[in-house]
Write a protein that binds this ligand. Structure first.
Ligand code: NDP
Length: 315
């Protein structure tokens, strides 16, 4: 038998929990399913120092626990479980949890986030939180006057390299191709920066260090006659090779861009499906910050409230 819900929130990052806080305060009795990674991406970072309201910083896990407590305090129901399929062609929307439980939802807020891509090296896991990061804005501050490497050749990598160059003493940009994919303006900024050195046609194949990252093993011109191997002394290793929005289960159900980010209508969190809203990184390839995700979660709950008012009044 299916369960009827007025406001279903899928995902438990800052967007999902903020939506839950606002929706519960608006008496919408939201139900939130936490998904594969309860608390979202912030639980994989160490200290968060740029989320307003925490002058001394806070760990990612504590921040998410605080947001969760705040949502629960106002009556949001937080549940373990993963949305495994959806049907947005019907009204109310159907969402299947853990492949078996059916929810019928008047409104759905999708806040399933995005996942940073990693190279897949075992050392990335070994040094997670000990020198390996996929977010320069989050962790760059810990590398003041240190030497870091950024992997990638797109706009994100260039942006992260420039950001880190404002803090670190030296930034290596490790690019697998003989050119950057980033926009011309970003390329020019990178090339003009005295602290950034671009290492073209290089791949990082391993990391080393006693109690954290002390260096990376690099292969230049891999597989070619002029292949060269060397070690790069670094304190931090930043991945900037793209993010994957967590939208697999929504494919074919909702409008997305060519990389899988959910499209929202200008100045709102509305998707092309009435009653379905998207908040946080799942709809944001550009800013991707905890605070911007939280803000869009707030907007989504307000959009839901207005949608319900309009549809329920017109019945
Ligand atoms: P992109 O997909 O544009 O670039 C990814 C980069 O990572 C490429 O250089 C790619 O190399 C490299 N890469 C991918 N996999 C590997 C690997 N296994 N090993 C080594 N290198 C790898 O992602 P971005 O996150 O940079 O950008 C995503 C979108 O967001 C883009 O459209 C971008 O323009 C946009 N963006 C815009 C910004 C702005 O306007 N301010 C800021 C940031 C992003 P290769 O080129 O060889 O494939």
């Amino acid at each position: 038998m299916s369960e009827k819900v007025r406001c279903l929130i899928i995902g438990s990052g800052p967007a999902g929990f903020t939506a839950a806080i606002y929706a519960s305060r608006a008496n919408l009795a939201p139900v939130l399913y936490e998904g594969i990674q309860p608390g979202g991406q912030l639980t994989t970072t160490t200290d968060v120092e740029n989320f307003p309201g925490y002058p001394e910083g806070v760990t990612g896990t504590e921040l998410m626990e605080d947001l969760k407590k705040q949502a629960v305090r106002f009556g949001a129901e937080i549940r373990n479980g993963i949305a495994t399929s959806v049907d947005f062609s019907v009204s109310p929307k159907k969402v299947i949890i853990d492949g078996e439980k059916e929810i019928e939802a008047d409104t759905v807020i999708i806040s399933t986030g995005a996942t940073a891509k990693y190279l897949g090296l075992p050392d990335e896991t070994k040094y997670a939180g000990m020198g390996v990061s996929a977010c320069a804005t989050c962790d760059g501050f810990f590398y003041r006057k240190k030497v870091v490497a950024v992997v990638g050749g797109g706009d994100t990598a260039c942006e992260e390299a420039i950001y880190l160059a404002g803090l670190a003493s030296k930034v290596y940009l490790i690019v697998r191709k003989p050119f950057l994919r980033a926009s011309k303006v970003m390329q020019n900024r990178v090339f003009a920066h005295e602290k950034i050195e671009v290492l073209f046609e290089c791949n990082a194949v391993g990391l080393f260090g006693e109690n954290g990252v002390e260096g990376a093993n690099i292969v230049k011109h891999a597989g070619q006659a002029n292949e060269e191997k060397f070690d790069l002394a670094i304190d931090g290793f930043f991945l900037a090779i793209g993010h994957t929005p967590n939208t697999k289960i929504f494919e074919g159900q909702i409008d997305m861009d060519e990389t899988g980010y959910i499209k929202t209508q200008a100045m709102s969190t509305k998707t092309n499906i009435p009653g379905v809203f998207a908040a946080g990184d799942v709809a944001d390839p550009v800013y991707r910050q905890g605070i911007t995700a939280a803000a869009s979660g707030c907007k989504a709950a307000i959009d839901v409230e207005r949608y319900l008012n309009e549809t329920e009044c017109s019945l």
